[in-house]
Design a protein around this ligand. Structure first.
Ligand SMILES: C[S@@+](CC[C@H](N)C(=O)[O-])C[C@H]1O[C@@H](n2cnc3c(N)ncnc32)[C@H](O)[C@@H]1O
Length: 335
């Protein structure tokens, strides 16, 4: 599916570590307001001499290397917004590896820049990398979830906001954001200092960019697009206030590795909120359960007790949940 971006390539929009070929997003998307970048509260100033221009400062970033988790060194304008990230180059001094924006998202997967190695993930991840599925996702696919008890994006957003009350004003990461259905709502509501929309699917991130551009280009002031694996989150330990994962846990190749990494990146008091489809609930007839087990196979559909157990095993506390048919929204806190 073609991406409806009209890319220009002005020379002043070049990342500072030009390791990869790329095309910049249309500069018209970046309104003058978007230049008021939001500085991540957890960004750490580096003890390095500043360059002459403020827009080419060198600093340690909130974003970290997916290999060693050391904060990346950013060369370029600060802030978690599309333009600042696009105009910056990122480098891990420990791994001597550079990362920069490909098209509209910053690729922080372990394999970013690999020339020969191509990894095929399980079906539940690969399916969503397809341009076709990514295009359909918000145009009918997601609406079907209502039949399994999902209350719908508006209600799910409200429910998540309730859980996130203690971390209002902090930095929120929407992991496995898909086409950014919730990332856009989190960015728009103004509750958070910054929102990172993160997904493994390049095409989902492109959809997120397109929807953002169409709906409200000013959202780009407060939104960053990052490609990463949920089990290898590109953030230093204890750096994130809020992590949301809508309709995603069942798609993860290893829910335990994913929740362990979510727990690693949450700061003390940070909150994780997720939704997923349950394999079955306590009210499901024992006759139907084997059928649900079989349907579940390509996905990691869990039962509620497993989700709670997993959160606890990863050191999260105060687990709570709301269940409606196969839908569950659960929340847990980093102590
Ligand atoms: C069903 S969609 C959910 C999208 C959105 N959060 C929502 O609530 O509608 C699941 C998403 O999980 C993503 N995903 C699957 N495996 C992943 C992985 N290993 N790391 C990060 N995201 C992954 C897919 O690319 C897809 O966008």
């Amino acid at each position: 599916m073609a991406c409806s971006l009209s890319f220009l390539s002005p020379s002043n929009l070049r990342p500072r570590f030009p390791q990869f070929r790329q095309s910049p997003p249309s500069s018209s998307f970046f309104s003058s307001r978007s230049r008021l970048s939001i500085q991540a509260s957890s960004a750490i100033a580096l003890d390095l001499p500043e360059t002459t221009s403020k827009t080419s400062a060198v600093q340690k970033d909130l974003l970290a290397c997916p290999i060693c988790y050391e904060p990346l060194i950013r060369r370029g304008p600060p802030g978690l917004n599309l333009e600042a990230i696009y105009r910056s180059g990122f480098k891990c001094k420990t791994c001597n590896k550079s990362y920069s924006s490909k098209n509209i998202y910053l690729d922080l997967t372990v394999t970013a820049g690999s020339e020969e190695y191509a990894e095929i993930k399980p079906t539940s991840t690969e399916l969503f990398r397809s341009p076709f599925v990514s295009f359909l996702y918000e145009r009918g696919w997601r609406q079907n979830f209502n039949r399994s008890g999902f209350p719908g994006p508006e209600e799910e957003f409200k429910m998540a906001q309730e859980y996130f009350k203690p971390v209002e004003g902090g930095l929120l990461v929407d992991v496995s954001c898909g086409s950014g259905l919730f990332s856009r709502k989190f960015a728009k509501c103004g509750t958070y200092s910054g929102v990172i929309a993160l997904d493994f699917s390049e095409n989902m991130l492109r959809q997120c960019y397109d929807f953002t551009k169409k709906e409200d280009p000013t959202l780009s002031n407060n939104l960053a697009l990052v490609r990463a694996d949920v089990a290898r989150l590109p953030f230093p330990p204890a750096s994130i206030d809020a992590i949301h994962a809508g309709a995603a846990l069942h798609c993860w190749p290893s829910p335990s590795n994913a929740i362990a990494d979510i727990a690693r990146t949450l700061r003390s008091g940070g909150i994780f909120v997720g939704t997923t489809f349950l394999r079955y609930t306590s009210s499901t007839s024992p006759l139907i359960r084997p059928l649900r087990e079989r349907i579940a196979q390509p996905y990691s559909y869990l039962i509620e007790e497993e989700i709670e157990d997993l959160c606890k095993s990863c050191g999260l506390v105060d687990y709570s949940s709301k269940v409606q048919q196969s839908f569950i929204m659960f929340s847990a806190r980093k102590p």
